[in-house]
Design a protein around this ligand. Structure first.
Ligand code: MG
Length: 270
C-alpha cells in the first residue's frame, strides 16, 4: 500500500517524510515483519481459485496474521476496512476485499503488510486465476522482473533515480503503461516514510541511498495506458482505459552486503 502526499493530495496521505536509517536491532524486527507477510502471502495465494471471493482471501490473511502474533498494517490505515488490498483486473491498487468472486482468466493483485514491535513490512504480488491469456501471463512476468531490476539498484551511493530508471528502462520498450501517480516509499516505524520512490527516473538523480535505509519498491504496470482513476469508494485505483494492471512489491534493506529482500521466504510468490 502506498499513498503519496505530493502525487494525490486529494485523498490525504499521511507520510512521515523524514528518512530513517535503521539499526541492526530495528532491521531484525523488520526482517521478522517481512518474513511473516511473505508467509501469509504464500498462504493467501495458495487459496486463489475461480469462485473464491476477495473477502474470503482477506479473512484468511487476517487469521494468519493473528496466528503469527503480528498486527495487520493496513487495517484501519486512514480508515482502510480490511487487512489486505485486493485488486482484480483493471484495478491497479487499493481494492477493498468484497463478495466479488474471482473468475478463471482474472488476474488478482494482493498487497499487504504487518507490524512487529512497531516496525512495518509491505509486500504485493499479482497472480493469475486459473488459466489466463498469454498477454496477461507476460504482464505479470514483466512486472515482477521490473521490481527485481529496481531492487538491484538498492546499494549505498546509488540514487533514488537509479531505481526508477532501471524499472522504466525495462518496462517502456515493452509498450506498457507505467503508472506514475503512485510510488514506492521508505518504510520503518511508519508504513510510509521518505523517500518517495517513483517507478521512473533519471540515473544519478534524487536522494542518495545509504546503508540502513529500508524501502518498499512497487511497480504498477498496465496493459494499456498509464492513466489512473479513483473509484467512488474512495480507495480503489483503476486504469482509466479499463486495461488490466499488475503490481509487485518488496520491502528491501540497503546494507553493506547489498540489497536484502525482507519480504521473501525462499518461495517466489506469484
Ligand atoms: Mg507500499
Amino acid at each position: 500500500m502506498h499513498r503519496t502526499k505530493t502525487k494525490i493530495e486529494n485523498i490525504g496521505m499521511v507520510v512521515n517524510n523524514s528518512i530513517s536509517l535503521k539499526s541492526n536491532k530495528e532491521l531484525a524486527f523488520m526482517k521478522e515483519a517481512g518474513a511473516i507477510v511473505a508467509d501469509v502471502m504464500q498462504t493467501v495465494v495458495s487459496k486463489i481459485d475461480p469462485g473464491v471471493t476477495t473477502k474470503e482471501l482477506d479473512v484468511i490473511a487476517s487469521k494468519e496474521i493473528s496466528a503469527s502474533g503480528a498486527k495487520p498494517a493496513f487495517l484501519g490505515y486512514l480508515g482502510f476496512p480490511a487487512c489486505f488490498c485486493i485488486s482484480v483486473n483493471d484495478e491497479i491498487v487499493h481494492g477493498i476485499p468484497s463478495d466479488r468472486k474471482l473468475s478463471e482468466g482474472d488476474i488478482v493483485s494482493i498487497d499487504g503488510g504487518v507490524i512487529v514491535n512497531g516496525y512495518y513490512s509491505d509486500h504485493a504480488v499479482t497472480v493469475p486465476v486459473g488459466k489466463v491469456t498469454k498477454e496477461l501471463d507476460k504482464l505479470i512476468f514483466d512486472t515482477r522482473n521490473s521490481l527485481y531490476k529496481g531492487i538491484e539498484m538498492c546499494k549505498e551511493n546509488n540514487m533514488i533515480g537509479d531505481i526508477g530508471n532501471a524499472i522504466e528502462s525495462y518496462i517502456m520498450p515493452k509498450k506498457y503503461g507505467l503508472v506514475r501517480e503512485y510510488v514506492g516509499h521508505g518504510i520503518g516505524r511508519n508504513l510510509h516514510e521518505g523517500p518517495q520512490i517513483p517507478n521512473y527516473g533519471k540515473k544519478g538523480t534524487g536522494i542518495k541511498l545509504n546503508n540502513g535505509m529500508v524501502v518498499a519498491i512497487e511497480p504498477m504496470i498496465n496493459i494499456g495506458g498509464e492513466k489512473t482513476v479513483l473509484s467512488d469508494d474512495g480507495w480503489t485505483v483503476k486504469t482509466a482505459d479499463g486495461s488490466q494492471s499488475a503490481h509487485f512489491e518488496h520491502t528491501v534493506a540497503i546494507t553493506e552486503e547489498g540489497p536484502i529482500i525482507l519480504t521473501e521466504n525462499g518461495e517466489k510468490n506469484g
